[in-house]
Design a protein around this ligand. Structure first.
Ligand SMILES: Cc1cc2nc3c(=O)[nH]c(=O)nc-3n(C[C@H](O)[C@H](O)[C@H](O)COP(=O)(O)O)c2cc1C
Length: 165
C-alpha cells in the first residue's frame, strides 16, 4: 500500500502530528505539504491534516479536499487551540468533515495545538467576549501537541492502516 501524509501548518503543530503519523506508517510512504501537491494519483490512502481556522477548515485545506480528494481514501487529522472537551469544537470538527464530503473518509483525529502569541493577542483585543475568553485560555495551550497527544496520533495511524489492510 502506498500512503501519503499531506498537511498544512502555519506554526508547526499540525506538522508535529503529521510527522508522528508518518513515523508510524510501515508501508511505502511520503510526507508533503499540501502546497507541494497537485494530485493524489498513485496513493492508496492519504492522511490529510490542517489546523482549524475561523471555526472550520482553512480555505487552502477546503480547496485541497475539494480538488484532490474526491473518491480517495482519506483519514483526516486536525489541530485546534480549543481544548478537546470544548462543546463548540464538535461543530467546528463537523465542518472540517463536511469539507471532505467527496472523499471516502475512513477516520478522523483531532487534538489541541498551541495558540500562537499573535493569535492570543488578536483574540484578547476582540470585542466578542467569547473570543476574548479563548484568548485568556491561550497560555494553557503551551507545549501542545504534547507527547501524549502525539502518541494518540500514532495510535490513530495504526488503526487507519489496519482498517485499510
Ligand atoms: C487565523 C487563525 C484562526 C484560528 N481559529 C481557530 C478556531 O476557530 N478554533 C480553534 O480552536 N483554534 C483556532 N486557531 C488555532 C489553531 O487552530 C491552532 O493553534 C493550531 O494548532 C495551529 O496549527 P499549526 O501550528 O499547524 O498552524 C486559529 C489560528 C489561526 C492562526
Amino acid at each position: 500500500m502506498k500512503v501519503l501524509i499531506a498537511y498544512m501548518s502555519q506554526t508547526g503543530n499540525t506538522r508535529k502530528v503529521a510527522e508522528a503519523i508518518f513515523q508510524e506508517v510501515r508501508d511505502e510512504k511520503e510526507i508533503k505539504e499540501m502546497s507541494e501537491l497537485d494530485s493524489l494519483g498513485g496513493y492508496d490512502l492519504a492522511f490529510v491534516g490542517f489546523p482549524i481556522h475561523g471555526f472550520g477548515a482553512p480555505d487552502e485545506a477546503k480547496s485541497f479536499l475539494e480538488n484532490h480528494c474526491k473518491g480517495k481514501n482519506v483519514a483526516l487529522f486536525v489541530t485546534h487551540g480549543a481544548p478537546e472537551d470544548l462543546e463548540d469544537l464538535q461543530e467546528w470538527l463537523a465542518k472540517c468533515k463536511e469539507a471532505a464530503a467527496g472523499a471516502n473518509l475512513i477516520g478522523m483525529f483531532d487534538c489541541q495545538g498551541e495558540l500562537a502569541q499573535g493569535v492570543i493577542d488578536m483574540l484578547l483585543k476582540s470585542p466578542d467576549p467569547k473570543l476574548r475568553y479563548f484568548g485568556e485560555m491561550g497560555p494553557t495551550t503551551k507545549g501542545q501537541p504534547d507527547a501524549a497527544r502525539l502518541e494518540r496520533a500514532r495510535e490513530f495511524a495504526r488503526e487507519m492502516m489496519e482498517k485499510e489492510k
